[in-house]
Design a protein around this ligand. Structure first.
Ligand SMILES: C[S@@+](CC[C@H](N)C(=O)[O-])C[C@H]1O[C@@H](n2cnc3c(N)ncnc32)[C@H](O)[C@@H]1O
Length: 259
């Protein structure tokens, strides 16, 4: 099973092999104020896995709490950096639609900031559900688009210019639908907002100059259409990043078709 078509896989691999060395540094701390561990309801000594774990920033939140942390990622370079940054993380290269995890084995199966790179995320979320231990939770976090269709489209257009491996900017309602379609029941949800700087989002240490120019040009011409709240700040721009977190468990009574 594969969620990544050949072309999507090639885009993801080329983008994240290029970014692997700097990604962890650029995005360090972005989850620190989101109270993720408490939201996840994870218990001490739990087994935690993340799909699209990248360099391990999200799994780092569970250091000292989880007994094991498994980082699954499609890109070898990202997995290598995750291993280098924290050798206690078990980093495995695999597609999220074919998780190398035993059925019903993991207490918390998470995915942070990865679904927007996956054109068809349903097989991935179904795999997350398959790996879920009885009583465990699936946690999905992703940056989200406005519910207004035209804004979600414009945001996707901008994100693809910034990073060609970006597949879709989805609104919260789409994530809810995907989670439910995978046979999961939502037990908690949370939206958070932060103000980011364009110059940090398009960090020159990570992005080629021509891409930075193309993004700036889009923001100047059409930033208003994205619903991302772009505002000029001197030579820079600020914008609002919205992240949506959903916590879910297996739907349906034990013994039913869903269990
Ligand atoms: C934006 S990074 C997020 C990394 C990490 N979760 C974090 O938030 O710091 C997205 C990651 O998803 C991975 N990815 C994309 N498609 C995937 C797939 N189908 N299966 C597994 N990993 C995938 C990419 O290789 C990349 O490392």
């Amino acid at each position: 099973m594969t969620a990544a078509s050949g072309s999507n896989r090639a885009l993801v691999n080329s983008e994240f092999e290029r970014a692997a060395a700097t990604f962890g540094e650029r995005t360090a701390g972005r989850f620190d104020r989101l109270d993720v561990v408490r939201f996840s309801r994870v218990k001490a000594e739990a087994l935690v896995a993340e799909v699209g774990a990248g360099t391990g920033n999200f799994l780092a939140l569970f250091a000292g709490i989880a007994a094991r942390r498994v980082a699954v990622d499609l890109t070898e370079g990202m997995s290598r950096v995750a291993r280098e940054r924290d050798p206690t993380i078990e980093a495995v290269v695999a597609d999220g639609a074919g998780l190398p995890l035993a059925s019903r084995s993991i207490d918390l199966v998470a995915s942070a900031q990865a679904l927007h790179h996956i054109p068809d995320p349903l097989p991935v979320v179904k795999e997350m559900r398959r790996a879920l231990a009885p009583g465990g939770h699936v946690l999905i976090m992703d940056q989200v688009a406005p519910e207004r269709f035209e804004e979600a489209l414009a945001m996707t257009e901008l994100e693809v210019i910034r990073d060609p491996s970006h597949a879709v900017s989805r609104p919260p309602s789409a994530l809810v639908m995907i989670v439910r379609a995978a046979g999961l029941e939502i037990v908690d949800r949370r939206m958070s907002e932060s103000t980011d700087l364009l110059s940090k989002w398009m960090w020159p240490g990570e992005f080629p100059d021509e891409r930075i120019d193309a993004v700036r040009s889009f923001v100047e011409r059409r930033g208003d259409e994205t619903g991302m709240g772009f505002e000029r700040e001197g030579d820079d721009w600020t914008f609002t990043r919205r992240r949506f977190m959903v916590l879910a468990e297996r739907a349906g009574p034990a013994g039913s078709a869903y269990s």
